[in-house]
Design a protein around this ligand. Structure first.
Ligand code: VG1
Ligand code: CO
Length: 548
């Protein structure tokens, strides 16, 4: 059937951020909004005709509607085949795996990740390339340009297809295969870890764990793998159903939003009955939080510990090629890399910057302070993978989470670390604050604050060592002579106003000082950050919205 293209007007705001295009559900529901963006992606893919695409999302509100639209547009744009997760569901790492496994041209992932869902929440869409990873900046820029010029899109005039029944369908010449959302991913996990050993741990009566699915996409994955394959007790996974509004909660696994889990883990001292191990994942299953009994592991430390113990995990027993960490992530992984005599790369925030390093075989593990950890098994961060890393290490070492981390600090020193988020501040105020920092940064060098001397103050620029691309303005860094760092950057994932992120780190070698409260240990640096940036003055806020 010859289809007439639909005439449309461009939107001006379809600029992808740190991880795809994220907007409120209401923005996405405007007539042609999603269609324009999808067509703009398709317009940037010269090899689209006859290709295979992976499609799936985190199940949030509008996921199903969006998928029906994408399928009809794929048909009208001559896509050859779409592999879709059952019910329209793929966690982000599972989608990445499917792209790689099926050698697809790429994938479309529907998710706003850790942002709240539901009718009044956020929605998002991003394109991943054939390596399974988020499209690089060059591509997302091209999509944005295309979205500003779009005049028409193509869509097939057919009814929706049932998303819940595994099987094969055709729309015009488009083949659609609906597959189990979890099976291939579970198989991949089994190939990386020592499942029998982890099973022994999880079925022993000396070990209990709790996984908080946060009513998001990861629940079914965790249930199948932890409770199903690895024999963890039923009920190990809490809040394990995927709900379109995430139960009205904020699906961000941190000490604030994973409150139920945190309470359970911190209850230990009173009841003596909290689990030995706690973990949570986010809306789309790519983030992870790791806790021990009355003990929180910072994501930066988690990456460092996993790196130092990777030889205990079958997939990495041959050693690591290198480690990647985003610039604001603490330097704890750097010390492990140094000991292992492997390189450590510092990239801008966002997983898309790890892709080249992974593809080129320069790194095996990578991570971000924002509860993201991953490896070369896929090209996204992977929440459940990180949990399995910890379980494998715990099973091998037979120690508690806390003992393992404390031993790590004893050997490498401790990087006290915190992030303060100031959410939803007026964009104008945020821009002024950053501009002010930018203008004053040169004058900070050589100055002393609380007995620390500034040795570098700059706006981070990344030179990709693989393709030579340059990414500028990735965050203001103030580096001190004792290794401490203060970093400021604006979030690229929010949908209302601006979010200022302040990252603070201090390195302490002396084991006698490894027991401080984090906020207290960083108190004078927090004070210095205020002095340098005048956050109160610019934003009118005298405390952060969220501290992690
Ligand atoms: C945040 C995190 C960043 C992460 C990104 C996507 O970005 O800081 O480290 O890669 O979210 O994570 P920003 O620009 O808001 O700081 V996810 O799990 O929301 O895809
Ligand atoms: Co996420």
């Amino acid at each position: 059937i010859k289809l007439q293209p639909v005439k449309t007007q461009p939107f001006t705001d379809q600029k992808p951020g740190t991880s795809g295009l994220r907007k409120t559900v209401n923005t996405f529901k405007q007539t042609d909004y999603l269609q324009n963006f999808v067509q703009s992606i398709f317009n940037c893919l010269p090899d689209l005709a006859g290709s295979t695409l992976i499609v799936g999302g985190d199940g949030r509100y509008y996921n199903r509607e969006a998928i029906q639209i994408i399928l009809r547009m794929a048909a009208a744009n001559s896509v050859g085949k779409v592999i879709l997760g059952q019910g329209g569901i793929f966690s982000t790492p599972a989608a990445s795996h499917m792209i790689r496994k099926h050698k697809a041209l790429g994938g479309i992932i529907l998710s706003a990740s850790h942002n709240p869902g539901g009718m009044d929440g956020d929605f998002g869409i991003k394109y991943n390339i054939s390596n399974g990873g988020p499209a690089p900046e060059e591509f997302t820029e091209a999509v944005f340009e295309a979205s500003k010029k779009i005049t028409e899109y193509h869509i097939a005039g057919i009814k929706g297809i049932p998303l819940d029944i595994i099987g094969e369908y055709t729309i015009d010449r488009l083949q659609i295969e609906i597959v189990d959302s979890v099976a291939d991913y579970a198989e991949l996990m089994e190939s990386l870890f020592d499942f029998p050993k982890i099973k022994q741990l999880l079925t022993s009566d000396k070990f209990t764990m709790c996984f908080d699915g946060m009513y998001a996409v990861c629940g079914p994955y965790a249930k199948k793998i932890l409770e199903g394959q690895l024999g963890a007790k039923e009920g190990t996974v809490i809040r394990g159903e995927s709900l379109p509004n995430f139960g009205g909660c904020h699906p961000d696994p941190n000490l604030v939003h994973a409150k139920q889990l945190v309470d359970l883990m911190y209850d230990a001292e009173e009841t003596g009955s909290s689990p030995n191990f706690g973990a949570a994942s986010d809306g789309d299953g790519d983030r992870n939080m790791i806790m021990g009994d009355y003990f929180f592991v910072t994501p930066s430390d988690s990456l460092a510990v996993i790196a130092a113990n990777a030889h205990l995990i079958p997939a990495y027993k041959g050693g690591l090629k290198g480690i990647g960490r985003s610039m604001p992530t603490s330097q704890a992984p750097d010390r492990v890399a140094e000991k292992l005599e492997i390189p450590c790369y510092e990239t801008p925030t966002g997983w898309k910057f790890f892709g080249n390093l992974l593809d080129d075989g320069r790194i095996t593990l990578c991570g971000e302070e924002s509860f993201g950890t991953g490896s070369d098994h896929v090209r996204e961060k992977d929440g459940l993978w990180a949990v399995l890393c910890w379980l494998n290490i715990l099973a091998e070492r037979g120690q508690s989470v806390e003992d393992i981390v404390r031993q790590h600090w004893a050997e490498f020193g401790r990087n006290y670390y915190t992030r303060h988020d100031y959410e939803n501040i007026p964009s104008e105020a945020a821009d002024k604050l950053i501009l002010n920092l930018q203008n004053n940064m040169d004058s900070l060098v050589e100055r002393e604050f609380n007995n620390r001397k500034v040795i570098t103050a700059d706006n981070f620029t990344y030179h990709d060592p693989v393709d030579g691309s340059v990414s500028k303005n990735q965050g203001i860094r103030i580096l001190f002579d004792d290794g401490s760092r203060i970093i400021f950057r604006l979030s690229g994932t929010g949908t209302g106003g601006a979010t200022l992120r302040l990252y603070i780190e201090r390195y302490v070698k002396d084991i006698k000082e490894h027991d401080l409260d984090t906020q207290e240990a960083l108190y004078d640096l927090i004070e210095t950050a205020e002095l340098i940036a005048n956050i109160i003055g610019f934003t009118g806020r005298d405390e952060p919205t969220v501290i992690t």
